[in-house]
Design a protein around this ligand. Structure first.
Ligand code: SF4
Ligand code: SF4
Length: 502
């Protein structure tokens, strides 16, 4: 892999990345990915000669929403968003001169947004009160004015009653939960758990056992050494999501292949904060679906993936979270487990951000073993076909940016298209929420402007199909879609589960 400091040399300035950037499309003051990515890296490498222009560009980096559309679109695999993130991280070392109190309150807000796990634990413990408070317009106004936190129609915390079913499902004898990890200190790459010293034998075992299932097209069987160091391994697919059916039915339903896949499948389910604290029913649906397929997963519901820390400027905290998860998950990866997420941001974190941020072999090993739920379930398409009954209804399917960035849009659509009678419209624009980006007052206008073009797409499809339900695997997108379009948004797994199990 080319050094990140030199990769800008490969940019041919085709501007394809500029044309797909939702922030640049809405905000004329945002220079766009080409300028903030490879061009800025070139200026920084030029030193004194590029100093003035660099100083002009640095304050604009924070408006990037990390949707990754630029990286997905770049024909030369330039890690544009990564270059922007790196420049932003280094520019944070010299904090902007903002009003003291406003700066202090915004930092407090960013801290809150960076810790969904802590918020979730408090919120679920006090769910009726917390939901009432967060739903109150006076409280929302106060949060907006004092902290710069925009939380209209926030997602409700799951109540204890809602969590109970999930907890019972987790505690079922079919599942095994991972214990809490030991504490790990930041900067521990040189500490007790040295990621750079991965046993090569384990790597070889991993590449031959753990990653041989799953999608053939993804080259998952590559050893960590041969895998690209910074990229999510993509399937080539149509951006609009129409390029489905990478695997022919004949191939997918070959009983010999399926028997092989079904033989002792080793699956670890990484639940993520949204399932743990807001919608445990998504986790329940996935676990019941797995049970129907005779798969007994190991459950990891202990910690956040760490991406909210990274996107809210706490790089040290993010690295600590990444290392803690890696420490706990590595023994399973070494045994050939496949790590599966139902949230596209969690899977992208494990597939891409850990490796990019930590630059360790073990993070790459984890990346190669991670799957989006649809990518994983696609291996059981034949079994699912036999289970699923018709659903005579219409839905709009939204392809989140982080699903597109992993190249798993087709897998998501292939699963839904197993349901006979289902009419499906597809929308693929960015929702503008981008995790915690859309909750911030200073980004509100841009975020809502981006949402508007998705809202138009949804409205068209909604009129055509006469439906008011959008399926989206990303909870942040779901929040924003409900807010902007007034339609119901739900995880596609709930529909698949209903069609297959209920
Ligand atoms: S799409 Fe890639 S090659 Fe084209 S301008 Fe953007 S970064 Fe450069
Ligand atoms: S990550 Fe998204 S918002 Fe940021 S520059 Fe790329 S396309 Fe634009």
């Amino acid at each position: 892999m080319t050094d990140l400091n030199e990769i800008f040399e490969y940019c041919i300035k085709c501007s394809i990345c500029q044309s797909v950037c939702p922030v640049a499309a809405y905000d004329a003051g945002f220079p766009g990915p080409k300028i903030l990515g490879p061009d800025l890296a070139r200026l920084q490498a030029a030193g004194e000669a590029g100093k003035n222009r660099t100083a002009e560009l640095l304050p604009l980096l924070g408006m990037c929403s990390s949707c990754l559309r630029c990286e997905t679109a770049c024909p030369f695999d330039i890690p544009v968003a990564r270059l922007i993130r790196r420049a932003e991280q280094s520019s944070r070392e010299t904090p902007p001169t903002s009003l003291f109190f406003q700066g202090a309150f915004r930092r407090l807000r960013d801290k809150m947004l960076a810790h969904p796990e802590k918020l979730g634990r408090i919120g679920t413990a006090l769910a009726p009160l917390a939901n009432k408070l967060m739903g109150d317009s006076a409280v929302q106004k106060l949060l907006s004015r004092a902290l710069g936190l925009e939380m209209e129609q926030p997602n409700n915390f799951a109540s204890w009653k809602q969590c109970r079913r999930f907890i019972l499902e987790l505690s079922s004898s079919d599942n095994q939960r991972i214990a809490q990890p030991p504490a790990i200190s930041p900067g521990s790459e040189q500490s007790s758990y040295d990621n750079r010293q991965v046993d090569r034998r384990a790597e070889a075992d991993h590449s031959s056992e753990g990653c041989s299932g799953g999608s053939d097209e993804n080259n998952r069987g590559d050893s960590a050494e041969n895998a690209p160091r910074t990229r999510v391994v993509h399937r080539v697919e149509n951006q609009s999501g129409d390029g489905v059916a990478n695997r022919s039915d004949k191939q997918a339903c070959n009983p010999a292949i399926n028997r092989l896949r079904a033989h002792n499948p080793k699956l670890l389910y990484f639940t993520g904060c949204h399932v743990n604290f807001y919608q445990p029913e998504i986790g329940t649906a996935f676990l019941q679906l797995l049970k129907t397929l005779s798969i007994k997963p190991v459950i990891y519901n202990s910690h956040c993936c760490g991406i909210p820390l990274l996107s809210n400027g706490d790089r040290t905290g993010a690295h600590r979270a990444f290392l803690r998860n890696i420490q706990l998950l590595k023994p399973y990866v070494d045994q050939g487990y496949q790590l599966v997420c139902t949230c596209p941001t969690c899977s992208l974190a494990l597939k891409k951000f850990y490796a990019e941020e930590l630059e360790t072999k073990v993070a790459e090993q984890l990346a190669a073993a991670t799957y989006d739920y649809a990518e994983y379930l696609e291996n059981y398409i034949c079994e699912l076909k036999g289970l699923i009954h018709p659903v005579e209804d219409s839905f709009i399917f939204h392809l989140p940016c982080h699903t597109q960035a992993q190249g798993v849009s087709a897998a998501n659509l292939n699963l839904l298209r197993l349901i006979p009678g289902l009419k499906l419209g597809i929308v693929d624009k960015c929702c503008g929420q981008s995790g915690t980006y859309g909750y911030k007052t200073e980004k509100r206008e841009v975020s809502r402007g981006i949402s508007a073009s998705l809202a138009r797409q949804i409205k068209e499809q909604s009129n055509e199909l006469d439906t008011k339900t959008v399926l989206t695997p990303c909870s942040s997108c779901g929040y924003r879609i409900t807010l902007e379009c007034g339609v119901r948004a739900e995880h596609p797994l709930l529909l698949i589960w209903e069609a297959a199990v209920k």
